[in-house]
Design a binder for this molecule. Structure first.
Ligand SMILES: Cc1ncc(COP(=O)(O)O)c(C=O)c1O
Length: 377
């Protein structure tokens, strides 16, 4: 097994790299280590993008985003979250990933810690390490339903930023009102900025509580067109905040780093929002796939909590495996099936994340390969 290059490549990029190596050798690998739905982007969205580029929307533009798009986002999200959002609360971003980076740059206070509520998408850990920012890793547990508990208040360091992801990648957990309140109480105690990654909000199968629905305004929420509209390659996202000071700090850096999101891409986003049934159908497909995968994994005796939002399954690996990277490596080499090691989501070394973002045929084959692997090993 190749050594993990701990400081250079995080575990889930490493398994992806190894998977590519297998493919170069001619093996057909099933990639369930990343969350890129294999549903094609609706052609009307692509047409709109091309049309707008041909019409000449190929120049610099407002760093906050197109007024029409911000207006439409505000209207949609006001309805969805049952809260008042105006165009001025919205900034369009290059995917939501860039918003994570900009937020850290904009709100980081050197004498205060950053707090991550884990498990959380691996990028958060990797990015903080890459930026040389020391952080506190608060680990929720499957036994507590992947929710924060009052031991959060045992953290004695002064916290300036809290980063959360709800619905969660990798657990697909959707927090209830009590969990959100716990985090807000902790934020209030620390006067901290909450960066709330809600990119999977529309996948939630139960009542979704956004950080925007509470009376704490040091909040910035992240959203994306990537998953529900199957537009990962467009790199289109947005942030919403009720706080003008946070928005203006963010806007300043967005302009400095990126100028603006390409305008023809923003028009594609506007077109997508005019056809909400596309997202509804994509989400239905991804829920169905997640249920299919969950049933198959349960039959094999795997242990995990039922996904409530998003299309990931975060499951325990058999006890004889003492680390998640080892499990993923063996599975990849023996069966050409790729999962993401739990270690990368905040040190959950006895878990792996399975993404049900591919079609049922591939998922069925993946289950067969996993069953053979578990039987053999
Ligand atoms: C929790 C979470 N946030 C953000 C992103 C990034 O999405 P985008 O494509 O908008 O950058 C992902 C992508 O997998 C994600 O899982």
């Amino acid at each position: 097994m190749p050594e993990k290059k701990e400081d250079k490549i995080p575990p889930y990029y490493e398994v992806y790299r190894l998977a590519r190596q297998q493919e170069e050798k001619g093996y057909s690998v099933i990639h369930l280590e990343y969350g890129d739905p294999d549903i094609p982007t609706d052609p009307r969205i692509i047409d709109e993008m091309s049309l707008k580029a041909l019409e000449g929307y190929t120049h610099y533009s407002n760093p906050l985003g197109l007024d029409e798009l911000r207006e439409k986002i505000a209207e949609n999200m006001s309805l969805r979250l049952r809260t008042d959002i105006s165009r001025d609360n919205v900034i369009v971003t290059i995917g939501s990933k860039s918003a994570i980076y900009i937020s850290l740059r904009a709100f980081y206070q050197p004498r205060k810690s950053v707090l991550l509520i884990s498990p959380i998408w691996g990028l958060y850990h990797t990015l903080l390490k890459e930026m040389g920012i020391d952080y506190v890793n608060y680990k929720t547990r499957m036994e507590d339903g992947w929710s924060p508990t009052d031991d959060l208040f045992d953290i004695r360091r002064s916290v300036g930023i809290i980063m959360v992801n709800n619905p969660n990648n990798p657990t697909s957990k959707v927090w209830d009102n009590k969990s959100i309140k716990t985090i807000i109480d902790f934020a209030r105690e620390n006067n901290a900025v909450i960066i709330s990654d809600e990119v999977y909000h529309d996948f939630s199968r139960k009542k979704f509580y956004s950080m925007l629905s509470y009376d704490y305004d040091k909040v910035i929420c992240l959203y994306s067109f990537s998953k529900s509209y199957s537009m990962t390659g467009f790199r289109l996202g947005y942030i919403i905040s009720p706080n003008n000071e946070l928005l203006s700090k963010f806007a300043k850096l967005q302009q400095l780093y990126f100028t603006n999101v390409p305008v023809f891409i923003q028009y594609a986003g506007l077109k997508a929002l005019e056809m909400p049934w596309i997202a509804v159908e994509n989400i239905r497909i991804l829920w169905r796939n997640t249920d299919f995968m969950s049933r198959g994994l349960k039959k094999m005796g795997m242990s995990f909590l039922r996904p409530e939002g998003a299309f990931y399954i975060f499951m325990k690996i058999p006890e004889k495996y003492n680390n998640s990277y080892r499990f993923c490596y063996d599975l990849l080499v023996k069966e050409n099936l790729c999962f993401a090691p739990g270690e990368g989501f905040g040190g959950y070394d006895n878990f792996v994340r399975v993404s049900a973002s591919l079609n049922i045929e591939k998922l069925r084959l993946a289950l067969k390969r996993l069953e053979r692997f578990l039987g053999d090993s």
